[in-house]
Design a protein around this ligand. Sequence first.
Ligand code: FES
Length: 78
Amino acid sequence: MSKPIIADKKPAILELEPGTYYWCSCGSSQKQPFCDGSHQGTDFTPQKIELTKTQKVALCNCKYTQNTPLCDGSHAQI
Ligand code: FES
C-alpha cells in the first residue's frame, strides 16, 4: 500500500450540513479534506461520510489517522 501525502498537520474542523461527503484518504486533493478525484490511478479510495444532522467534525488532514475520517491526533507523531 502506498503512503498518503500529508495534506496538513492539523485537522479540518468544520461544521457540516446534513448530506454526503467524500473524505480524501490519499492527500492529493486540492479540495482538502474532501476528495476531488486526484486519487485515480492510485491505491487510495475516498471514504464516504453521511450526515443526517448538522455536525461539527475534525477531519484528518495528515491522512495517518487510525480512526478515518476523523482526527485521532496522529499528526503529532509524523
Ligand atoms: Fe484523495 Fe480522492 S483525491 S481520495
